[in-house]
Ligand binder design. Structure first.
Ligand SMILES: Nc1ncnc2c1ncn2[C@@H]1O[C@H](COP(=O)(O)OP(=O)(O)OP(=O)(O)O)[C@@H](O)[C@H]1O
Length: 285
């Protein structure tokens, strides 16, 4: 299965958000990495048909049966219907999504309630849920009846570390049969998970590839230096400061060795993110 985007463009008034997006996305987990406001949500809204692109074409995988669901979407701000219980909400969506018998619907809802650990809250009204529980209902509805394409906009916001791990394991277990596109600015969501990562910047996909391939480009450019050895002559982009065995270290991206005392370290996705977007605690030295 393939989802093909060709030369997608979108502006809001004079603000051009998507300048020219082309992507050919097959089954597997695909990460869309971009800073705040780079157009991730806009692109998802276009793919899911809520927003019309200004130009370009989208080719979706074909649905051959009435029971095929094409797209499942977890919006960034998922709210559901506050007065419905979790069960009622999923039942309602099942009627909208396809041609299912009562028994098929019940079986599928039970499955997703289990997968997303909602058994204890299935009778509760949506307005009574915690943030993490609500997010898990959002995930359950996105995966309901196993859509061919699953769009997840910042899926792990609000999930605790255990739920995050559970969610990542679930994605890995089903990825062969789905096109999963996951947008995030939390790089650890994609680490050792995404088959391919797309970097969205200035309305374009400026880089793409496996985590390994993208990190190769940073080899020999990421350094660690003991804060005590840091001098104002040190160059590069500071990724972060951290404590190791009671000592403060700096992590720096620099084409050349930033100081005599700096040691090379293996590049990670956070370095890649900083190299494109800066942000967080990073700054030029
Ligand atoms: N309905 C709208 N009308 C006008 N401008 C909009 C609209 N929606 C989004 N924008 C603008 O388009 C740009 C991209 O927004 P979008 O929400 O797609 O980015 P994002 O990458 O999802 O951001 P974030 O990571 O903060 O959620 C921003 O500058 C935003 O202000």
């Amino acid at each position: 299965m393939t989802l093909d985007l060709k030369n997608i463009k979108k502006s809001y008034g004079h603000n051009q958000v998507l300048a020219d997006i082309s992507m050919s996305i097959n089954n597997g987990i695909h990460g869309l990495l971009g800073a705040n406001g780079t157009g991730k949500t806009t692109l998802f809204s276009i793919i899911s048909g809520f927003l019309k692109e200004d130009g370009g074409t989208i080719t979706y995988p074909t649905c051959t049966s009435k029971k095929d669901v094409l797209i499942g979407l977890l919006p960034q701000k998922f709210v559901g219907y506050p007065e419905m219980s979790v069960e009622e909400f999923l039942e309602y969506l099942s009627q909208v999504k396809g041609d299912w018998t009562k028994e098929e619907t019940r079986t599928e809802i039970t499955k997703k309630i289990q997968v997303f650990n909602l058994t204890n809250v299935q009778k509760k009204k949506i307005k009574q849920l915690s943030g993490g529980q609500l997010r898990r209902v959002g995930l359950a509805q996105a995966f309901l009846f196993n859509p061919k394409i699953v769009l997840l906009d910042e899926p792990t916001v609000g999930l605790d570390p255990k739920e995050r791990l559970h969610f990542k394991n679930y994605l890995a277990s089903i990825k062969k049969n789905h096109i999963i596109l996951l947008s995030t600015h939390i790089v650890s969501d994609l680490e050792k998970l995404a088959d391919k990562i797309y970097i969205l910047k200035d309305g374009r996909i400026v880089d793409q590839g496996s985590e390994e391939k993208l990190l190769e480009k940073l080899s020999n450019t990421v350094w660690e230096i003991d804060y005590q050895n840091y001098t104002s002559n040190s160059k590069g982009t500071l990724v972060k400061e951290y404590n190791k065995n009671g000592q403060v270290f700096l992590r720096i991206i620099c084409e050349e060795k930033p100081s005599n005392q700096a040691n090379p370290v293996e590049a990670e996705l956070e370095d890649l993110y900083i190299s494109y977007f800066k942000g967080g605690n990073s700054y030029e030295l």
